[in-house]
Ligand binder design. Structure first.
Ligand SMILES: [Cu+2]
Length: 128
């Protein structure tokens, strides 16, 4: 009988990690919602692989949103999802709040903060 636990312990005894190889591991990329010196997503463009997650964090006391929905953007072209993907929206992300999304479909995604889009608070996620 194959005993996964014993097998893992055996590998560990030889200094081998039973974790998936790096290429098979999904990763999480952090984006900060900045209010100073400007209202911006930093970094404003992230490149990830399908299956990876982007996590937005708001460290400040001004609400922001992560809105991938052209219907909610002042300039429709600032928000976009690939064909076949449902638009999505974090809603307000308050101080110390976070919003995470796992991107499974490849393509270019564009998003806005609905409160500060006109100040240049827009971003892009490219999934390959
Ligand atoms: Cu904002």
């Amino acid at each position: 009988m194959f005993n996964r636990r014993a097998f893992t312990q055996l590998l560990a005894a030889f200094g081998v990690s039973a974790a998936l190889p790096a290429w098979a591991q999904a990763k999480t990329v952090d984006v900060t919602m900045k209010q100073s010196p400007k209202m911006r997503f930093i970094p404003d463009t992230v490149n990830i692989k399908a299956g990876d997650t982007v996590k937005w964090t708001n460290p400040y006391n001004i609400s922001h949103t992560v809105t991938f929905d052209p219907a909610k953007a002042a300039t429709k072209a600032n928000a976009a999802v690939p064909a076949g993907v449902e638009p999505f929206d974090s809603g307000p992300v308050e101080e110390e709040g976070t919003f995470s999304h796992t991107f499974t479909a490849k393509g270019t995604y564009k998003y806005v903060c609905v409160y500060h889009e006109d100040m240049g608070m827009v971003g892009t996620v490219i999934v390959s």
